[in-house]
Design a protein around this ligand. Sequence first.
Ligand SMILES: Cc1ncc(COP(=O)(O)O)c(C=O)c1O
Length: 511
Amino acid sequence: MSVSVFAERLRNAMNSRELKQVDLVHAAERRGVKMGKSHISQYVAGKTMPREDVLLFLADELDVDANWLRGQSSETKLNSDAQPASHIDTPSGAPTSAETEIPAARRRTFGKSHKLDDVLYDVRGPVVDEAARMEQAGTHVLKLNIGNPAPFGFRTPDEVVYDMAQQLPETEGYSASKGLFSARKAIMQYAQLKNIPNVTIEDIYTGNGVSELINLSMSALLDSGDEVLVPSPDYPLWTACVNLAGGTAVHYLCDEKSDWYPDIDDMRKKITDRTVAIVLINPNNPTGALYPKEVLQQIVDLAREHQLMIFSDEIYDRLVMDGLEHISIASMAPDLFCVTFSGLSKSHMIAGYRVGWMILSGNKAIAKDYIEGINMLTNMRICSNVPAQSIVQTALGGHQSVHDYIVPGGRIHDQRDYIYDALNSIPGITAVKPKAAFYIFPKIDIKKFNVHDDEQFALDLLHDKRILITRGGGFNWHEPDHFRIVYLPRIEVLKDATNKLSDFLSYYWQS
Ligand SMILES: Cc1ncc(COP(=O)(O)O)c(C=O)c1O
């Protein structure tokens, strides 16, 4: 398969059918095929090849033979009376009788909801699709794009696995919708240790990861036009869930020059009479920042002044380095209504078990109706995974094995030091030292490399060096001058990656 032959044939077919890129994007929407504007422009420009299902969709939509489009020799080529290409919904390739009877232009197809128009989740986006295609073709790709500890040799504590196995026979049925008593009790005690005020067992909700609860908490809250302040850069699920729930995510800046702390003046400027809440991600993904008490105090003051709720995503709160302490903002705001999120995906290296929770605290009286909404949605999804809930007590009690990773000599600590030094020694790259989590968000000197498109930067790096990073735009960062690296791989691997990046940047000039 040749990318350039494919691109040329795609352009030919589009010209001959008088179809523009936007027509194909709309057709993909109608047919429920995952192919956005940036995908098709990459294909047309000869930068990437689509996955097989997208290729079959394109062949069908353009009424050309899929093998021809692939760049293989084929009898049928670009004939309007070509054999119908195999339809995306029939992996066997055999056209159904309905397909042979109904002309392609009149076939009913099913598209995704327009609610998803403003939803971005590049952590698994087009560059990742291209990496998957390269891997399918036998190329090894070094993935520095996703915060999943297990593939990098971070083992789940033995006790956690053992205890889940022991309890499996007793966790076959549904639990109470908020979760098992034992799990919620352990989370409640954890909230006490973090000085989160006014928390009873009824204020704890377990979820299938924090992800489910972010979605649920936004769905229960937002009406059309409601605004939520979300950081930029952010963990993009927050922006996605605010928009999906019908609200509007308004981004406040985090300032690289101040250790990536939230810019309080910018936050203040963005507050309107439609603002209902502030989202905080602390410790932060993608910057690795940890917010000190003074910064948290300013946010609490602002929320107090404008009567806003606070949502604080603290999933990395046990992955803090350099002897620093994580402070839950809810502990400083007993008079406000706060929702604090955490889970075991990162601190216990069990992202696949899907264990998350949220804690309602502070002034719950002002949020009675909202809490009713949360309860409705919690009941509707019945409960979170029960075997996973059964190990929350084990995980939160006793020796915290994650501690060994974050002190000098520990893997996360030493990998952080390594990546920070290595990146800053590359001409044209600068990075703030992360204090927590396992991400670093370096800045590219865009003038030096003529970078104007960060997705292209990520693709070029992938093609040239087989390294997969996530572009800054994927975190709702609005300049093309950043990318995120996950520094979970061992130092030898990071060394190889940064050497390759350094070599890449010694010649890179974006066209
Ligand atoms: C800031 C942040 N919040 C939430 C999540 C989702 O975590 P979970 O695995 O609990 O769904 C992630 C995952 O990377 C994250 O980085």
